[in-house]
Design a protein around this ligand. Structure first.
Ligand code: PXL
Length: 264
């Protein structure tokens, strides 16, 4: 027995404001007591008010980061965030055998719901990367794009989760956000059974990075040996606590970050 921490690799974009993206993942993973490594796919210039510029990292450099980590710091779990280009999605999929406990958070829309990626990116997620994962965690807008059907209410959220789980062979967690109903409900489906995770509303403008925090928290728990249902339930509670902790914070004039370290 040693006290060496488990390793969790995140593959995603840099957010200079450090509310989302790789910076959010590094904080979330560190808060969970795992050793976080990071493959950067793109550099964004952003703050709490939005993304000002994005610079994609060359695919060779992304591949080199992955190779460097896989040969020396092999992960016990992996989370993907903003991959951006179909070739980056396929690159991750090609390494999937060496990416255990792979949690895919498909970043397809921006915070205003605008679609960020081309159709071939959506296809690459659906056909190559999600089938290699243990979980994908689209929000309801991303689930609509991936399942190619409207997701306007809880019934359609469940239907999209089930259809995507059946077509990819991977459990799908569709986060509900402000979809409908008095409470936000995330829905997990493995294609056979559907498991709702009801949450509670916290009034806060500081919700940037919550999807990243949820998926990274799930990956950290899987690295520690938790089962999928337990990991999702605990990660949701952890994220809700982080949102509540930052509800009164005034970091930036826009959508601020959440309380990753329980400072509140
Ligand atoms: O929250 C999704 C996300 C992931 N990665 C990066 C981001 C964002 C949202 O802004 O900027 C780099």
């Amino acid at each position: 027995m040693t006290n060496t921490p488990a390793i969790v690799m995140t593959i995603g974009g840099s957010d200079s404001g450090a509310g989302a993206g790789v910076q959010a993942d590094l904080k979330t993973l560190s808060a969970h007591g795992v050793y976080a490594t990071a493959v950067v796919t793109a550099v964004t210039a952003q703050n709490t008010r939005g993304v000002k510029a994005t610079h994609p990292v060359p695919v060779d450099t992304i591949a080199a980061q992955m190779a460097a980590l896989l040969s020396d710091l092999p992960p016990h779990a992996v989370k993907t965030g903003l991959l951006g280009r179909a070739e980056v999605v396929r690159l991750a999929a090609r390494h999937a055998k060496r990416l255990p406990n792979l949690v895919v958070d498909p970043v397809l829309v921006d915070r205003n719901g605008e679609v960020l990626v081309a159709g071939e990116v959506i296809d690459a997620y659906r056909e190559d990367l999600i089938p290699a994962a243990v979980l994908a965690s689209p929000n309801h807008r991303e689930a609509a794009l991936l399942a190619d059907r409207p997701v306007r209410n809880r019934a359609e959220q469940e239907a999209a989760a089930k259809e995507l789980a059946l077509s990819t062979g991977t459990p799908i967690l569709v986060t509900g956000g402000r979809l409908d109903g008095p409470r936000p409900v995330d829905v997990l489906s493995d294609g056979v059974s559907t498991h709702p995770f009801p949450g509670r509303w916290v009034r806060s403008r500081n919700v940037h990075g919550t999807g990243d925090a949820l998926s990274a928290s799930i990956a950290a728990r899987l690295a520690g040996g938790a089962g999928l249902l337990t990991a999702v339930g605990e990660a949701k509670a952890w994220t809700a606590r982080a949102i509540a902790g930052a509800a009164e914070w005034r970091l930036g004039r826009g959508e601020g970050p959440i309380d990753y370290f329980g400072w509140a």
